[in-house]
Design a protein around this ligand. Structure first.
Ligand code: ADP
Ligand code: MG
Length: 236
């Protein structure tokens, strides 16, 4: 529609894919559960950011996404909120393993995502935990044993815990690779590929990256199925 095109032009959004739904330009346009809308209001958010506006309706259709956008654009809630809605539709048992898995390059970024997930998921009774290196495994394993819906993890620590057979990814159906370019720069590609082998291929996969070099294109081609590409702010 005209307003969707105007919004995309104004916010430098370029989309590639079949029948890409129009951006959700305001929170009223979303059908998000009231608990989540309340959190957005409490946080003082007046409108979705462009990456949220455009990626929410695509993610809610269950489609794979590769989003190229710079940092600070609100990507975390861009994938977490559709992930929460996906989770609620699944009625999975968290003791069988997480349904939503987010891979993030560093402990610092992973804990930031975890904080956002706790804040926006708590009122919907969504449980989540964060797995990262440089800290004892004990508390992380205890959280996993209790059962969690959402796991945010660095590839190294998750891989260690997988090798210990202390987590099952058999129930994961919503997989996010956040800051994919940075994870590859840090040498995590082998760990990422091992992790993804444990996730069923019937899943939704979302990949976020700030740059779009050939290594990132290659892993996107291998792990995503017919993704919609969302490019914001003429990055790359
Ligand atoms: P990115 O992952 O793209 O770097 P983040 O998801 O970390 O960005 O978001 C950056 C900041 O913007 C965070 O403090 C977050 O709480 C805030 N934020 C997220 N969504 C909105 C919104 N719709 N309106 C205002 N601020 C937002
Ligand atoms: Mg981020």
């Amino acid at each position: 529609s005209v307003s969707a095109d105007a919004y995309r032009r104004r916010h430098e959004i370029i989309v590639h894919g079949d029948k890409v739904p129009p951006p959700l330009m305001s929170f009223e346009d979303t059908n998000f559960p009231s608990e989540i809308l309340r959190e957005a209001q409490a946080a003082g958010f007046s409108a979705p950011t462009p990456i949220q506006a455009q990626s929410w309706p695509i993610a809610l259709q269950g489609r794979d996404i590769v989003a190229i956008a710079k940092t600070g654009s609100g990507k975390t809630l861009g994938y977490l909120i559709p992930g929460f809605i996906h989770l609620k539709q699944r009625h999975t048992d968290p003791r069988m393993g997480p349904t939503v898995l987010v891979l993030s390059p560093t402990r610092e970024l992973a804990t930031q995502i975890q904080d956002e997930a706790v804040k926006f998921g708590k009122s919907s009774k969504i449980s989540c935990t964060c797995l990262y290196g440089g800290a004892p495994k004990g508390p992380q394993l205890r959280d996993l044993d209790r059962g969690v819906d959402v796991v945010v993890a660095t590839p190294g620590r998750l891989n260690d815990i997988l090798e210990m057979r202390r987590i099952s990814l058999m129930q994961v159906s919503y997989l996010v690779l956040d800051e994919a370019d940075r994870m590859l720069d840090m040498g995590f590609e082998p760990q990422i590929r091992k992790i993804v082998k444990e996730v069923p291929s019937r899943r939704q996969t979302l990949m976020y990256t700030a740059t779009w070099p050939k290594e990132v294109r290659k892993i996107a081609a291998d792990l995503l199925v017919n993704p919609v590409q969302v490019n914001i702010g003429n990055v790359d």
